[in-house]
Ligand binder design. Structure first.
Ligand code: GN1
Ligand code: MG
Length: 363
């Protein structure tokens, strides 16, 4: 790995390299140096991100655009507010390939920053505002960003993939009655949960540039719980705003982690919902009525979509998500389906709250 790092134009000598974070897709390391900055080294999972040129081009454009906005607004401490990727010495590109052809990239580790897997309502309010502002800053990014994973958050596609997985039954897991019951329940919800794709076709719902992986641990907080910077930009692409609202609530708004096997503890934390919605509606001034009134739908959609994806991977024999034990994806499915049920049962309460804080919505 030291050889890889030395292909980038870094400052200082490398003192050590150690694993960092808990992502399920890429491999991430911290590079300690004797210079002013430490770095984050990542091996990009090319099995999942098939077009590395497009991926890195998106990231370069997004970070440059946000940096420009922050500088223009006179924001202090810009280096801690947006990621900086280091160019490769030879090509000037923001990634290199190792001897086996695997792609790697390097960014500056943001000083005095913290990540969390669970947050308080106060932190969630900051997170909501930050994701709203992140989307706002990208409203006028020139040109079109590519889809790094085509139809990434398309619920219709995810259900088709489940149909295919069930048909192929590659790992022989369809004989498990629990798996079968989940599959049936998912298909029974097909019509209801593909609402966004229909609204889009009817011209009632726009696609915007969204982050599309707003897990709570994809943001850096400062020591006071304010959000410094949004990270993990691989999936920044055109999507519905439901992606960002829904995925944050899916992770931060669940009483437990997405793979906690203690299912009775799973549920939507309404204190987090209210705080996150407050912040998000403050940050995302561009939202249309249709977008706002479907935010409670988004809170149900994302655990449902994630359950479909986890179960699909389980049925396929665990080829996508990193797992720590054989039933991991099934446990994740149970957890996310329970969260989906909880979100459904809180739907009206969430709607009343959204109406209360956005008076423009019809009462
Ligand atoms: C993956 O890489 P990571 O852990 O931030 C996944 C997300 C899922 C998430 C579930 C590219 O995100 O979509 O919501 O796992 N990213 C990709 O934990 O599939
Ligand atoms: Mg991540």
């Amino acid at each position: 790995m030291e050889n890889i790092v030395s292909e980038f134009a870094i400052e200082g000598r490398i003192l050590g390299i150690e694993p960092l974070g808990s992502g399920l897709i890429n491999d991430t390391f911290r590079v300690r140096t004797d210079g002013a900055d430490d770095y984050v080294l990542q091996r990009i999972n090319e099995g999942i991100f098939k077009d590395i040129e497009l991926l890195q081009d998106n990231i370069d454009r997004v970070t440059a655009h946000i940096r420009g906005k922050l500088v223009a607004a006179g924001t202090p401490d810009v280096e801690r507010r947006v990621l900086r990727f280091i160019p490769a010495k030879e090509t000037g590109k923001s990634y290199v390939r190792d001897a086996e052809g695997k792609p790697w990239r390097l960014s500056v580790l943001i000083r005095d920053s913290f990540t969390y897997d669970a947050v308080t309502p106060e932190y969630s309010r900051h997170a909501g505002r930050s994701f709203g502002e992140f989307e706002s800053m990208l409203v006028d990014i020139p040109g079109r960003l590519g889809e790094t994973i085509p139809d990434f958050h398309n619920m219709e596609l995810r259900l088709r993939q489940l149909h295919d997985a069930v048909k192929a039954d590659a790992a022989g897991r369809m004989s498990d009655p629990e798996v079968k019951a989940f599959v049936e329940e998912m298909f029974a919800n097909e019509e209801k949960m593909t609402l966004a794709e229909r609204l889009y076709r009817e011209g009632k719902l726009p696609k915007r540039i969204c982050h599309c992986d707003t897990k709570v641990n994809n943001m850096l907080f400062d020591a006071d719980g304010k959000v410094l910077c949004v990270i993990d930009l691989d999936t920044v692409m055109p999507s519905f705003v439901f992606s960002d609202f829904g995925d944050f609530m899916r992770t931060a708004g669940n009483f437990v982690a997405e793979d906690d096997p203690d299912i009775p503890k799973v549920g939507v934390n309404m204190d987090i919902f209210r705080a996150f919605a407050d912040g998000y509606l403050e940050g995302a001034a561009f939202l249309t009525e249709v977008e706002k009134e479907n935010l409670p739908f988004a809170v149900a959609l994302f655990p449902f979509m994630q359950a479909v994806r986890f179960l699909c991977d389980y049925i396929n024999g665990d080829t996508y998500y990193r797992i720590a034990y054989p039933e991991h994806n099934l446990v994740r499915t149970r957890n996310q389906m329970a969260l989906f049920h909880s979100a459904e049962s809180h739907r009206d309460e969430m709607m009343s709250y959204i109406r209360k804080i956005s008076p423009s919505l019809q009462q």
